[in-house]
Write a protein that binds this ligand. Structure first.
Ligand code: C5P
Length: 220
C-alpha cells in the first residue's frame, strides 16, 4: 500500500499520543489526535455555558463550534472557532467532563465525520489515535493497534506528565474515565477483532514505537 492508514486505540496512559506522533514522524505520515477534538468541543461547551451533564443541551449545541486539527506530527494543532485550544483542552475541568460530552451520539457523529474527511485528505497516509478508530471511524484501516498497560503503569505515566499531581488521585480519575468510555452505548472504547494488542506495561516508549513501525512496514 502506498498510502497507509493506521488506527491506534486504547485507554489513557498507554502512550498512545507519544507513540502515534513518533510513528507518524518516522514514516512521513500525517497524525490526528481524536481525543483533542473531543476535548475541544468539551472546552467550547464549558466556555459557552452549556450544561454538559444534560445530553439534550449538548446535542443541540454540538453543531456550533468549528473545530480544526493540524496534522503535522511534529507540531499538531487544534483550534476552536479559529482560536488555539491546545492549552485549555488539557485543563482538569475539561478532562473531568470530556467523557460525558463524548458519549452524546450527536457529538460522536459530527466528530466522526470530521475525522473521516481528515483521514481521506491525508495523501501519504495517517496515524489516527483514539478510542473507536479501529471499530467505528476507520474500520478499513490498513493496520489497527490496541495499546494496553496496567492501571499502575498508566497512572504513573499520567502523573509524570501532570506535574505535582498525586498518583492515587490520577489513578482514580483515569479508571473512572476509562469505565465511562468503555461502557457508553455509542462506539465505546474497544479493541477491534482484527487489531494487534500491544501490552506496554514493561516496554519503553522506544520499544513500543519500534514495534508499531515494524508492523506498519510489513503492511506497506
Ligand atoms: O485521548 P484523550 O485522553 O485526550 O481523550 C479524551 C477523551 O475523549 C476520552 O476520555 C474519551 O471520552 C474521548 N474520546 C472518544 N473517542 C475517541 C477519542 C477520545 O470518545 N476516539
Amino acid at each position: 500500500v502506498e498510502s497507509v492508514i493506521v488506527a491506534i486505540d486504547g485507554p489513557s496512559g498507554t502512550g498512545k499520543s507519544s507513540t502515534s506522533k513518533a510513528v507518524a514522524s518516522a514514516l512521513g505520515l500525517s497524525y490526528l489526535d481524536t481525543g483533542a477534538q473531543y476535548r475541544a468541543i468539551t472546552w467550547w461547551m464549558i466556555s459557552n455555558g452549556v450544561d454538559v451533564s444534560d445530553p439534550a443541551a449538548v446535542a443541540t449545541a454540538s453543531g456550533k463550534p468549528v473545530i480544526e486539527s493540524g496534522t503535522d506530527p511534529s507540531a499538531p494543532t487544534i483550534t476552536v472557532d479559529g482560536l488555539d485550544a491546545s492549552g485549555p483542552i488539557r485543563e482538569q475541568d475539561v478532562t473531568a467532563k470530556v467523557s460525558a460530552v463524548s458519549a452524546v451520539p450527536e457529538v460522536r457523529s459530527r466528530i466522526t465525520e470530521l475525522q473521516r474527511s481528515i483521514a481521506k485528505a491525508a495523501e501519504k497516509g495517517i496515524v489516527v489515535e483514539g478510542r473507536d478508530i479501529g471499530t467505528t471511524v476507520l474500520p478499513d484501516a490498513d493496520l489497527k493497534i490496541f495499546l494496553t498497560a496496567s492501571p499502575e503503569a498508566r497512572a504513573a505515566r499520567r502523573s509524570g506528565e501532570l506535574k505535582g499531581s498525586d498518583v492515587a488521585a490520577t489513578r482514580e480519575a483515569l479508571i473512572k474515565r476509562d469505565a465511562a468510555d468503555s461502557s457508553r452505548k455509542t462506539s465505546p472504547l474497544a479493541k477491534a477483532d482484527d487489531a494487534v494488542e500491544v501490552d506496554t506495561t514493561d516496554l519503553t516508549l522506544q520499544q513500543v514505537i519500534e514495534c508499531v513501525v515494524t508492523l506498519v512496514e510489513e503492511k506497506r
